[in-house]
Design a protein around this ligand. Structure first.
Ligand code: NAG
Ligand code: NAG
Ligand code: NAG
Ligand code: NAG
Length: 356
């Protein structure tokens, strides 16, 4: 199988291989595979390894959503890798059978981030797919007109269906956690609460960043008429916001009644928009299959930076090797009338530093 998700790893179809994507869209077109349509296209849902029982049922009911769930989760992972590109933990996986690998086994901040950003990616993708008319059970947003919208502006352009995307993502992504049950007060129940909390924080981040977008009409660009609709923020903004929440994530523990409470009560308690974690993070310096750390041997570092990307911190004090590397860049750019810029390609030699 392309994807095998093991216990405690992320509950999503993280990467849908191209062959499966095409069979998804084929299966959705009854003219192409009538049998598949009639029997409810069971093959699709059974091919998607890693779904929980509840998710399999949702898959059968909402087959046309599956491609977008996969794409949304992938967008989330790409954004995670971008946000952590200069960190020791770079959102990569130890074993490539699932994207997040075993890092998910500990309830760390990093795990919190991956759950939140994947759930956010799913809200994003499903809300958009509704607007684009790709799904049979939803369409453009029917969000109420914002009260502060000027009276002569029209409300009702086809907006991203955040309401539907949010609800569907909650149902699908959380299904895996909701169908488990652990005795109150156990480590497993703490982890379940943590996962649900972070999934929700991811969804709320998408929803908090959605905004009203408008387009001008009217005689020769006079903008005498405006049409407005609900628009999701660029996913980079969601990544940036979640990265900030990662930095200020709250450390939690279970109290005697099996509820999650903050370790350090002097801080404001986290809201449903914030990230929470229950386990401390490893230092991610060395390869460790238990913690899901790939280690930083072989990572590029910046000799002059004092931040996390600097060689001192990135290499955990092990030192680094220096290489000469050739990089190609645009150079001698000239502006041509009218209107383009033409550049040459120059090769230059730069020093690169790689952790021992
Ligand atoms: C990971 O990928 C490599 C190369 O693509 C492959 O040889 C290896 O078998 C994969 N490992 C697992 C656990 O899938
Ligand atoms: C991996 O990490 C675990 C948990 O921190 C630790 O107990 C173990 O000794 C580590 N293993 C190696 C090989 O470093
Ligand atoms: C993340 O780090 C690992 C191991 O240090 C490296 O092999 C991998 O290429 C990095 N991934 C990204 C996306 O930078
Ligand atoms: C390395 O870090 C310094 C200081 O933060 C920065 O000015 C420089 O652009 C970085 N170099 C690279 C190649 O990223």
């Amino acid at each position: 199988p392309f994807l095998s998700i093991k216990n405690n790893t992320i509950a999503l179809i993280v990467c849908v291989p191209p062959t499966l994507v095409s069979s998804v869209s084929l299966a959705m077109n009854p003219l192409l595979i009538p049998e598949a349509y009639i029997i409810g296209a069971q093959p699709l849902c059974s091919q998607l390894v890693g779904l929980s029982q509840g998710q399999k049922k949702l898959c059968q009911l909402y087959q046309d959503h599956m491609q977008y769930i996969g794409e949304g989760a992938k967008t989330g992972i790409r954004e995670c890798q971008y946000q952590f590109r200069h960190r020791r933990w770079n959102c990569s996986t130890v074993d490539n059978s699932s994207v997040f690998g075993r890092v998910m086994q500990i309830g760390s901040r990093e795990t919190a981030f991956t759950y939140a950003i994947s759930a956010a990616g799913v809200v994003n993708a499903v809300s958009r797919a509704c607007r684009e008319g790709e799904l049979s059970s939803c369409g453009c947003s029917r969000a109420a007109r914002p009260k502060d919208l000027p009276r002569d502006w029209l409300w009702g352009g086809c907006g991203d269906n955040l309401n539907y995307g949010y609800r569907f993502s909650k149902e699908f992504v959380d299904a895996r956690e909701r169908e488990k049950s652990y005795p109150k007060g156990t480590a497993e129940s703490a982890r379940l609460l943590m996962n649900l909390h972070n999934n929700e924080a991811g969804r709320r981040t998408v929803s908090d960043l959605a905004h009203v977008s408008c387009k001008c009409h009217g005689v020769s660009g006079s903008c005498s008429l405006k049409t407005c609709w609900l628009q999701l923020a660029d996913f980079r903004k969601v990544g940036d916001a979640l990265k900030e929440k990662y930095d200020s994530a709250a450390s939690m523990k279970l109290n005697s009644r099996g509820k999650m409470v903050q370790m350090h009560s002097k801080f404001n308690p986290p809201t449903s928009h914030d990230l929470v974690y229950i386990d401390g993070s490893p230092d991610y310096c060395l390869l460790n299959h238990t913690t899901g750390s790939l280690g930083t041997v072989g990572r590029l570092c910046n000799k002059t930076s004092e931040g996390m990307d600097g060689c001192e911190l990135m290499c955990c004090g092990r030192g680094y090797d220096q290489y000469k590397a050739q990089v190609v860049e645009r150079c001698h750019c000239k502006f041509h009338w009218c209107c383009y810029v033409k550049c040459k390609r120059c090769t230059k030699t730069v020093d690169q530093f790689v952790c021992k």
